[in-house]
Design a protein around this ligand. Structure first.
Ligand SMILES: Cc1cc2nc3c(=O)[nH]c(=O)nc-3n(C[C@H](O)[C@H](O)[C@H](O)COP(=O)(O)OP(=O)(O)OC[C@H]3O[C@@H](n4cnc5c(N)ncnc54)[C@H](O)[C@@H]3O)c2cc1C
Length: 477
């Protein structure tokens, strides 16, 4: 993975830059010692590492603005960081960049149950947003599997989703407004505690912009009434094609489950071993969950089970208790940790039309043999968001490169069948050089022109998202 050479001018001015930053932040909020900056050298795409010039941990919007003004004046690149759980390398620093971490900014600013929103500082973790409102019977819907750790900041930047997004949508569908600081230190308010705003949908532009347009410091989020109950049903099939057909039949029947999750044979085995979830031995496992009152759940599940039963399942088991439901989910939610226990892996994230599922899974299996690396598949089947996990050995020379090549071929396949390079993890550095596969030069030029408006000097997270050769002239200028 190529990264641009760091600016010698910035590196030579490190002491001056750190001194200036200390004029606007407390001493311990500017981290410059290499033994401490190492903590910021990577995100969850751990194959790539580089300690930053320094890291800053502001406590509020004004401090973020003061930091960005200094970096702007001194021509220093900035990489915004939430909790560092990006799987796409979105928070990977360059040696000449300042990591701007929002971890200290974790306060709830306002909750309003009448109008159903919560306003938080963006360093707050995803799960603790729900935690702040659950005693009043509310929750925040987007639920990435990393929700215990990941911050709302990163969720907004990556437009994150999760298992329950089939019904509730992803971050962009639950975000009402942001306070954002642009690279030159201006504080702007976009959207707010209302359903829609006049003018262009700038909020839609900011959500998913991967830290390229500004640093988001506060967010107004929609909160929802907790459903009365939820219940999953687990279905095992001995054919990926049949499991794909079941997904498609459920959606076609007009039922809207809250989640439809898919795991292939390798993942079923690994997750069962890791969590003792009680999964059957089979080729494909579906977890389908519905929500509502007991009567609503019973009605939806009886329709779903009728559809599932027509396709000869190896197992068709409805959770009979809250404990059993939690056990069914425990295996799926632990998928990444379970794989991480047995091997180094790279988690991909692409989206395909649901009908292309059997073909794509078959091709991934064939490619696995061609590249000589094992792959497991787990994904949000209801919306076609795949997460192939390629296993490799980080200590074996050349394995990472083969893994990257294999990953690129899978993502190209997603585009080829009418899907998309990313589902919910973003582009970062991982898919940066594949953007040409999805977009033609005019598309990329239009996207870069948007960045020109917000960050004309290309100082914010500039080595990400766009292929390096495509953004070269802008970054150099
Ligand atoms: C085990 C595991 C499971 C995961 N499961 C899911 C899942 O189910 N669904 C899903 O969508 N993702 C998932 N992810 C990926 C990751 O958790 C999400 O992308 C998450 O939103 C990143 O949040 P973060 O706070 O850690 O952001 P970081 O990793 O710190 O940063 C991510 C991006 O956001 C930018 N950024 C950070 N803060 C700001 C800010 N204040 N303003 C502007 N830009 C900013 C960064 O520059 C970077 O480009 C998973 C990751 C792991 C490790």
């Amino acid at each position: 993975m190529e990264m641009p050479a760091p600016s010698a001018s910035v590196l030579s001015r490190k002491d001056r830059i750190v001194d200036r930053l200390r004029t606007v932040l407390p001493h311990d909020a500017v981290i410059s010692d290499i033994s401490e900056t190492r903590a910021y050298e990577c995100d969850a795409l751990t194959a790539y590492r580089c300690p930053p010039l320094c890291a800053v941990l502001p406590a509020n919007t004004q401090e973020v603005a003061a930091v960005l003004k200094i970096c702007h004046e001194m021509g220093v690149p900035v990489v915004p960081r939430g909790s560092g759980t990006s799987l796409a390398g979105g928070a990977l620093p360059t040696a000449d960049s300042v990591i701007l971490g929002v971890a200290k900014m974790n306060q709830v600013i306002e909750t309003n149950y009448d109008d159903r929103y919560i306003k938080v500082q963006t360093g707050r973790t995803n799960l603790s947003v729900s935690g702040a409102v659950e005693s009043n019977g509310f929750f925040y819907a987007p639920d990435p599997s990393s929700q215990l750790a990941c911050a709302i900041a990163g969720n907004i930047a990556m437009n994150s989703g999760g298992a329950h997004c089939l019904k509730y949508g992803v971050t962009t569908n639950n975000l009402m407004g942001v306070t954002m600081v642009t690279m030159d230190g201006q504080i702007v308010e976009i959207g707010g505690a209302h359903l829609d705003a006049g003018g262009l949908d700038l909020l839609g532009l900011i959500c998913g912009s991967e830290g390229q347009l500004g640093v988001v410091t506060e967010a107004t989020l929609r909160i929802l009434h907790k459903p009365e109950g939820a219940r999953p049903v687990l279905m095992g099939y001995n054919s990926a094609e049949v499991a794909g057909q079941v997904v498609s039949d459920i959606i076609k029947a007009g039922i809207l489950p809250v989640a439809i999750e898919y795991m292939d044979e390798m993942l079923i085995g690994v997750c069962e071993e890791f969590s003792g979830a009680g999964y059957p031995k089979c080729e494909a496992l579906l977890i389908v969950e519905v929500e509502g009152s007991d009567a609503e759940i019973d009605e939806q599940l009886s329709l779903i089970k009728e559809i599932a039963g027509k396709h000869n399942p190896v197992e068709l088991r409805e959770a009979q208790s809250a404990d059993e439901a939690a056990r069914i989910w425990a295996g799926r939610k632990a998928a990444f940790s379970a794989i991480g226990k047995i091997s180094d892996y790279m988690c991909l994230d692409g989206t395909i039309p649901v009908s292309a599922l059997p073909h794509v899974l078959k091709r991934i299996g064939e490619m696995s043999k061609e590249f000589g690396l094992d792959v497991g598949n787990v994904f949000h089947a209801g919306d076609g968001n795949m997460h192939p996990l390629i296993l490799y050995d980080a200590n074996k020379p050349g394995d990472l490169e083969i893994c990257e090549e294999f990953g690129a071929e899978i993502l190209k396949l997603c585009v080829e069948v009418g899907g998309c390079l990313t589902g919910e993890h973003g582009v970062g550095i991982e898919k940066r050089d594949l953007m040409n596969v999805q977009f033609d030069p005019a598309d990329l030029e239009a996207q870069m022109a948007v960045k020109d408006v917000f960050d004309p000097a290309w100082l914010l997270n500039a080595a990400k998202v766009f292929p390096l050769e495509t953004s070269q002239s802008r970054r150099a200028a």
